[in-house]
Design a binder for this molecule. Structure first.
Ligand SMILES: *Cc1c(COP(=O)(O)O)cnc(C)c1O
Length: 354
């Protein structure tokens, strides 16, 4: 027996690492567990990708993403120097932490929220300051009082789906000492949106993704909007060719046909209303969601048993075995047909006394 040597930095050796939602390796599942969009990407995107599959793939992509940033500017308003793009918004979160917080520096977020912040903070060797959300997921005032170098706020929040107003976020931006990151992964399913705040606040970074509303989780495209000074600094941290040629093409084509994204988002919101009502009728507590998922607290059956019983029927939802979420299921909004499969299975499971 030899003792295993560890070559890792202590924080890496000791951390747990993020566990993404299950991606089944075989077909036949009703997949409502990772907030993917049930509708296909716009045909404009698929056409563009087919046309881009040429010998030009031997060339590096544009490290400045100039053409994409010009399109982001025309859709969202601020000039192109206000935008940076990422290999998914997850990469932008890494860039933000590396840009603004060193070892031992404080990074704050409110819990429960997106589970990836904690491992990112641990990788950096920074110090997490975790403030509790109240049960109604309104903004805790303590979040503005941590003196953190970076504060993360997901809006609409995950996994609760709850939305706070832009004016409340402006108050946080005015109070915090460091950077305020507003992670708007789900904003297209809501009435919210904080991009305008970057005009008034030099410490606000708004992060968005094409994974959810644009049906492009597989392409890994995110973008962030902030003052040109913040963007220029973050640019030094970014890997130069982080968006590949195909992702750049897909992102531009997605913005050219933004109406199809909006139409799908509307359908998803309609299905969300129906699922929320059905779950409440079955006795669940469901938070009002402004995202493409709902969080439902189980009335009496342990949520883990429900998760397992659904899984046996090849229906995947998300169960979080962690404080304050372990009596809940998070259900991504699928097509109406998928949600019917889910609701009928759930009714059967709840009716079965064993
Ligand atoms: C899905 C999600 C992300 C990551 O999105 P990608 O662009 O696919 O990396 C970031 N933040 C939140 C809150 C999310 O839910």
């Amino acid at each position: 027996m030899s003792t295993q040597r560890s070559f890792f930095r202590t924080n890496i050796a000791e951390m747990e690492g993020y566990i993404p939602g299950e991606q089944p390796q075989s077909g036949g599942y009703t997949k409502l567990n990772t907030n993917e969009n049930p509708y296909p990407p716009s045909p404009n995107i698929l056409d563009g990708l087919r046309k881009a599959c040429t010998e030009d793939l031997r060339l590096y992509p544009d490290p400045g993403a100039l053409s994409l940033r010009a399109k982001l500017s025309s859709v969202f308003g601020p000039s192109p120097e206000h935008f940076i793009v990422g290999n998914g918004s997850d990469e932008l979160l890494t860039i933000i932490i590396r840009s603004f917080a060193g070892e031992g520096d404080k990074i704050a977020y409110a819990y429960p929220t997106y589970g990836y912040y904690q491992p990112l903070i641990e990788v950096q060797g920074a110090q997490a300051v975790v403030v509790d959300y109240p049960d109604d997921f309104s903004l805790p005032s303590a979040l503005s009082e941590t003196n953190a170098r970076v504060t993360f706020l997901v809006n609409p929040n995950a996994p609760s789906g709850t939305l706070v107003s832009t004016s409340e976020i402006a108050e946080v931006a005015a109070k915090v000492r460091g950077i305020l990151v507003v992670d708007e992964a789900y904003v297209d399913f809501s009435e919210g949106g904080c991009i305008n705040l970057i005009q008034d606040f030099d410490n606000v970074v708004v992060v968005r993704t094409m994974s959810k509303s644009f049906s492009l989780a597989g392409m890994r495209i995110g973008f962030a909007c902030a003052s040109p000074e913040l963007i220029a600094g973050m640019w030094k941290v970014k890997e130069h060719y982080n968006l590949n040629r195909l992702s750049l093409v897909a992102a531009e084509a997605a913005l050219e046909d933004i109406d199809s994204m909006r139409k799908n988002a509307e359908r998803i919101c309609t299905t969300r209303t129906r699922l929320t009502e059905d779950l409440r009728a079955l006795g669940f507590f469901v938070w009002d969601s402004a995202a493409n998922f709902v969080l439902a607290r189980s009335p009496n059956a342990p949520a883990e048993n429900l998760y397992n019983a659904l899984r046996e029927r090849k229906i995947l939802v998300r169960y979080f075995n962690q404080p304050r979420l372990d009596d809940c299921l998070r259900i991504s909004i699928g097509t109406d047909a998928e949600i019917d499969v889910f609701t009928e299975a759930l009714q059967e499971i709840l009716a079965d006394p064993s």
